[in-house]
Design a protein. Structure first.
Length: 248
């Protein structure tokens, strides 16, 4: 049987060993029942893959002795780097967006507070929420066999998100767009090295947000006459882009 792969933080590697507790420990020791001598692979957020074997299992942590490492030959490398710029939705919808987007090959996620977002993120919640969101992408990466973990970043508003965008192709999915379809826009640009797509919350974008994104080079596009839920729109547009660019 091939060695099991686990997604870890690069901070867990030190002096030829990797040690960790929490969810990774639980999955490795209590779920899979791995023990000393069992071979494992560890992949971090920088695209490094470490090969080794479990060296020690304690009550709440496990140590792996690293024998070799290499930079992963990431199969996604030829694909455009897709950034999903998602207005924060309510409830657990963001979990689905992060999980399915990771499985579909999204490079990273920018979450922001939309003017019409029902959900709000207080300053004192940011660290804990970001930690949780990044755990979701790490777990989705492990399950889908990815070498890299999509990072999740927080932008306070559409203004900061638009101002920070430096991707080659910039799109905003807007229900008010009547002429420019996603298919038309993608057909006209070929295969860019990077793309960012802004998606609104349940209530859609405020016109001021659309104007600001447009002023920063975002092209308004439509997915047609159907009004999709924000979580459906995110999954649909990433799937379409990956299909058109030959990654699905």
């Amino acid at each position: 049987m091939s060695a099991r792969r686990f997604m870890i933080s690069s901070r867990a590697i030190r002096d030829g060993y990797a040690s960790f507790d929490g969810e990774i420990y639980n999955h490795m020791v209590r779920v899979l029942r791995l023990g000393p001598g069992d071979a494992v692979q560890l992949a971090d957020e920088k695209g490094m893959v470490y090969f080794g074997a479990i060296n020690q299992v304690a009550k709440e942590w496990v140590a792996v002795k690293i024998t070799s490492s290499c930079l992963a030959a990431e199969s996604e490398s030829s694909a455009p780097q897709i950034t999903v710029c998602q207005a924060l939705p309510k409830g657990e919808k963001i979990d689905l967006i992060l999980q399915k987007g990771t499985e579909l090959g999204v490079h990273d996620f920018w979450l922001f507070g939309g003017r019409r977002s029902v959900a709000k993120l207080r300053d004192d919640q940011q660290n804990s929420k970001l930690e949780r969101w990044n755990r979701i992408t790490a777990e989705a990466s492990r399950q889908s066999g990815r070498n890299n973990i999509p990072a999740v970043a927080w932008k306070p508003s559409a203004v900061e998100a638009a101002n920070d965008a430096g991707q080659v192709l910039r799109l905003i999915l807007w229900e008010g767009e009547r002429e420019n379809s996603l298919k038309t826009s993608l057909s006209a640009v070929g295969k860019p090295s990077s793309v960012i797509v802004a998606i609104g919350p349940e209530g859609g974008f405020d016109p001021l947000e659309v104007r600001h994104f447009s002023q920063r080079g975002f092209q308004p596009v439509s997915l047609g006459s159907r009004i999709l839920r924000t979580e459906t729109a995110s999954i649909a547009i990433v799937s379409i882009m990956q299909y058109i660019w030959g990654e699905i």
